[in-house]
Design a protein around this ligand. Sequence first.
Ligand code: SF4
Length: 431
Amino acid sequence: MKVYLDTVGCRLNQSEIETLARQFQQAGHDVVTSASEADLCVVNTCAVTREATRSSRNVIRRLNRLNPGAEIVATGCYAHLSPDQVSTLPGVKRIVNNLDKERLVPLVVQSDSAQAGFDREPVEREFTPGAMGRTRAFVKVQDGCDNRCTFCVTTIARGPARSRPTDDIVREIQALAQTGYQEAVLTGVHLGSYGYDQGDRDGLASLVQSVLDQTCISRLRLSSLEPWDLAPDFFALWSNPRLCRHLHLPLQSGCDTTLRRMARRTTQAAFRGLVEAARSRIPDLAISTDMIVGFPGETDAEFDASYDFVRQMDFMKLHVFRYSRRAGTAAARMPDQVPDAVKKARSARLLALSDDGVRRFYARFVGREMPVLWEQITGSSDAGFRNTGLIDNYIRVEMDAPAVLTNTITIVRLAAVTEHGMRAEGISAPR
Ligand code: SF4
C-alpha cells in the first residue's frame, strides 16, 4: 500500500508522524511524498488553537481534492477531541484517537483489529511505549511455553519455555529507571512459568522481590499470568506498594467442559479460589481477563455457563476474541466449528458485560485520592493541557492542568467517571 503522511501543529506531532512513517515502512508499505499517488493518507491533526483546527480541516480537504480515491485516516488532538466534526470531512474513513495512536498502523492495516491482538500480551496491546516519552518500559523476562492449549499457535512458534537470568533483568530495569522510566512491565509468553526451566517453581515471586529490592523503579507491573501458576501466598508480594494492583488472569472460557477441550489447566472452582485469595490480600485490585468465544463445539449452554461465571467474577475488564482457526493447532482440527454470526453475537454480549465492569469498577473510586503516572498530552483546554495517565490499578485518568505532567507521578482526587476513564483534580506536586 502507498501511504502519504501529513501533520499540523507542534514538534511532537512532527516526531509522531516520522515514527508512523518508519512503522508503515517496517510493515512493508511505501511512504510516498505526494498525496496524489497514495492509497491512504494519514493526517496528524492539532487543536491547540482555533486556527490549528482550521488548518487541520484545510489539510484534509486539500488531500481529498488532490486524490479523491484515497482513504483518509485522521488522528491527533483535533480528531481526538472532535471526532464527530472530523469524521464528516470529505474522504475521512477513520478516526484514531490519541490513546490508540501508537498502534495506528496495525489498526488501519488490519481490517479486524479484534483478531489482530489475539497472540499479544494484553498489557502490551493497550500500552505500547515509544513516541510519547519514557514512561513505561516492557521488559521481556522469558520466552516460550511448555503448555499445549489447543487453540494456541504461540507455543508452536516460540518453542519451549526458557527464562532470562535474574541478574540481567535487574540490571536492565535499574538502567531503565536511571534513564527516566517510571514503570517496568515484566512480560513473557508464559510469564508465570519464569524459573521453571531452572527447576524453580517460585521463580517469578523471587524475580519480583529482587526487582523491588535491587532497583529504584517507581512502579513494577506484571503482564498476563496463567491462573494455574499462582499460589495464594504469591499475593503477599503486594505488601510493597510499588507493585501495581492489577492482575490480568486469562480465563478464556468460564465453562469447565470448554476449558477441558481447550486444555486449560484451570476450572471454575480453582479460578474462583484464586480470585478470592487475590482480592482478600490486595485492596483496590483490578482483575481483567481474556475470553475466547466460539471455540469449536461451544454450545449455547456452554456459552451461557461461561457468561454466568464471568458475571460472577466481576472482572474490571474483558478482552474478547472470536475464535479463529490457527493452522497446526489441535483446535483447528476439531469438529463443530462455530459459525461467525454466533461468535459475533457472543462477543457482543461479553463486551457489554465488560463495559459494565469498567463503569462499576471506576465508580467505586469517585472521591478517592490516588497516585497517577502521567503518560501524555491528549489535548488542551482553557485550563491548559489535558494530561492523561494511569493509576497503578489500571484506571485511566484525565486532568486539565497548566503544566505538562508527562512522566511524573502526582496524587489526584478522582472527581467523576467520564467516557474515556476518570476526571481528576490535582492535589500534590509532581515527583
Ligand atoms: S499457556 Fe498461554 S502461551 Fe502457553 S499454550 Fe496456553 S495460551 Fe499458549
